[in-house]
Design a protein around this ligand. Sequence first.
Ligand SMILES: [Zn+2]
Ligand SMILES: [Zn+2]
Length: 156
Amino acid sequence: MNCPCGTGKPYADCCGPVHDGARVAATAEALMRSRYAAFAVANGKYLEATRTGERRFGEAAQVSEWAKTVVWLGLTVKESVKGSAADADGTVHFVARSIDAGALVELEERSHFVKVDGAWKYDEARSEPTERRTKLGRNDTCPCGSGKKFKQCHAA
Ligand SMILES: [Zn+2]
Ligand SMILES: [Zn+2]
């Protein structure tokens, strides 16, 4: 399958090895992409392991369960500031699109990433995340790009 993070590369040559721990994300943007892809493949463990801050018991399982109920449409990285292999922190401005609970959701955020012991981690949102929710009618065209009506595609 094509990697959900939007590079156009196969998952097995892109975020797959990063999720498996065979490779590390070299840049803040690569980590951002791998975290988006982790939502798409419902890998809550990876999401939990790649952020700063405290953990809650059962968080990874909860995130995985929720992620499975969402249709992950794609990620657009609008801008990366710092976050190169030589930097200690960086910011990635992105828009993530999904179908959640019968609505098209476009989440836009500037995320701050820090390097902890040589590994990139998600730190916090640096802008108030904006979430645009557009309720989808059953006869609307499905936003996944299939060209089908929502009711014949991702409505269920
Ligand atoms: Zn990827
Ligand atoms: Zn669809």
